[in-house]
Design a protein around this ligand. Structure first.
Ligand SMILES: [Mn+2]
Length: 491
């Protein structure tokens, strides 16, 4: 009897065998056919996604902005970490904003029709027990990746018409009579389906500009993400004894644990920067020591289940007490932040917070003798020598993306603030360890204080006020957490 599989990549199925991929033994057809029988039906989808009404309204608003055109907005695909292992999937932000859907490879199509815009979500067909792909397809097969929402389930859960992804190519051909704009740079396969249009970039631009104003639902999501971020910062303080033994890795791990338990994940790579690492703006290596006498700069945010993220920074003394030199720099950054937050209100320029905060920093740098020239001289656009120590802008928009609304037109992003905008105010001072222009006592000190500020009808509200900012309040907060008991991580 011949039992050698007569299948290959070129001929994947024969009478007795099914080829399932390189280095994997072929599977007997008899087994795959038997596997399809005798399963109880799955649970029907009983509820709608929490944001379904919001996403529907957003799609309608977007369709109005592009009246007679078809819009194609992909979710994006899995990204390779190494060889055949992928990073955990996170949908592209514009797509998520319009659907609330978090599975990879899906595509939203908004097309004009006589009865108003049609919204269709294209999702891969189920690979459940009804198909041999249940076990043979390691990308979609539900034995490998768990149950997915196919078109039927997606339609109910997301409150949208849905169709099999496998039908997208054909449907786009039928829509070729309309102008088709694609949200490009997200899914190569989708980019290749439709030839480029001069106004493709408008899709991302309009969506970024729509996303500038957060409604009550979105603000509640941000508040939730920030509340869990506050918990994460408390966890880090409670675990500082372990961090002093094992270094920055402990800080990253402790914060990220909270993010993963309470939310979707961290909204960006946690910056756990102790001592002179705080002078590296995006220190995400997080493998250094945490020493008594150092400052710890922790820039971290929980991304909630609806993918809104916090973005908060606190700088705290590892041993619980600022040294006099650390305290001078800290108080200066805090004064700058106060000035920046004070400049946030509807109608103010986006840059007003930056300008107010930088002026305070420049005056302080001059008083400390670090900046030799006068504040007025340094603030000249063509001088700006203070930027050696201030390094970055003070604000960015915040929302689903940590640097939110990045595709808005510059005159809009840098225009006037309006009620419902959320932005960070995050001045810092950074004295590199080998900077000869800096008195020795300040070298290696990096301080940043960052809060998430909502523009309200009257002014602003600090959404991250749950974490202390004044130096004495930070010290009291740390002492209080330690008095209640430090976490023994056994590390
Ligand atoms: Mn930030």
């Amino acid at each position: 009897m011949d039992t050698k599989p007569d299948v290959s990549a070129e001929h994947p199925i024969s009478e007795k065998w099914v080829w399932v991929g390189p280095h994997r033994p072929a599977m007997p057809r008899a087994f795959l056919e038997a596997l399809r029988a005798n399963w109880a039906p799955g649970e029907p989808v009983a509820e709608e996604h929490v944001a379904a009404a919001h996403t529907r309204a957003r799609r309608d608003a977007l369709a109005d902005a592009f009246s007679s055109r078809t819009l194609v907005i992909p979710a994006g695909s899995l990204k390779v970490r190494a060889n055949d292992t992928d990073f955990r999937f996170r949908p592209e932000t514009d797509y998520f904003y319009l659907t609330g859907a978090d599975e990879p490879d899906c595509v939203l199509v908004i097309s004009p029709s006589a009865a108003g815009a049609r919204h269709t979500l294209y999702v891969p067909a189920r690979r459940d027990q009804r198909s041999h792909e249940f076990i043979t397809d390691s990308r979609y097969g539900e034995l490998w990746v768990g149950a997915r929402r196919g078109p039927e389930e997606a339609a109910i859960y997301y409150g949208i018409d849905a169709a099999p992804l496998e039908q997208l190519d054909k449907d786009l051909v039928e829509l070729a009579g309309t102008e088709i704009l694609v949200r490009r740079g997200v899914d190569e396969r989708v980019d290749a389906l439709v030839s480029g249009h001069a106004e493709d970039a408008r899709v991302a631009e309009v969506l970024s500009e729509m996303r500038l104003v957060k409604d009550a639902f979105e603000i509640a999501q941000l508040e939730d993400a920030i509340a869990h971020t506050v918990q994460g910062f408390q966890d880090v303080v409670r675990g500082l004894r372990s961090a002093r033994q094992r270094g920055e890795r402990v800080i990253e791990g402790v914060f990220n644990l909270r993010a993963r338990v309470e939310g979707n994940d961290v909204g960006y790579g946690t910056i756990a920067a102790a001592g002179p690492h705080a002078t590296t703006l995006h220190w995400m290596t997080n493998d250094g020591p945490v020493n008594d006498g150092d400052l710890l700069l922790l820039d971290a945010g929980v991304e909630g289940h609806q993918l809104y993220t916090a973005d908060v920074t606190r700088t705290m003394p590892v041993n619980g007490t600022f040294s006099p030199a650390q305290r001078r720099i800290y108080d200066l950054v805090l004064a700058a932040q106060e000035a920046g937050i004070g400049a946030v209100r509807p109608g103010a320029a986006f840059r007003a917070a930056h300008e107010a905060a930088i002026r305070v920093l420049v005056e302080g740098l001059h008083e400390l003798g670090i900046l030799a020239e006068s504040p007025e001289e340094s603030l000249q656009p063509e001088r700006q020598l203070h930027r050696r120590y201030t390094l970055h802008g003070v604000s960015h928009m915040l929302g689903l993306d940590v640097h939110d609304c990045a595709n808005a037109r510059d005159e809009i992003y840098n225009g006037e603030l309006a009620e419902g905008y959320v932005l960070t105010v995050e001045p810092g001072l950074y004295f590199q360890p080998h900077d000869l222009t800096v008195p020795e006592e300040y070298r290696g000190i990096g301080v940043r204080i960052e809060d998430d500020i909502l523009v309200t009808a009257q002014g602003s509200r600090n959404l991250s006020a749950g974490l202390p900012r004044r130096a004495e309040d930070v010290e009291a907060w740390m002492a209080g957490l330690w008095a209640a008991g430090e976490t023994n991580l056994g590390l």
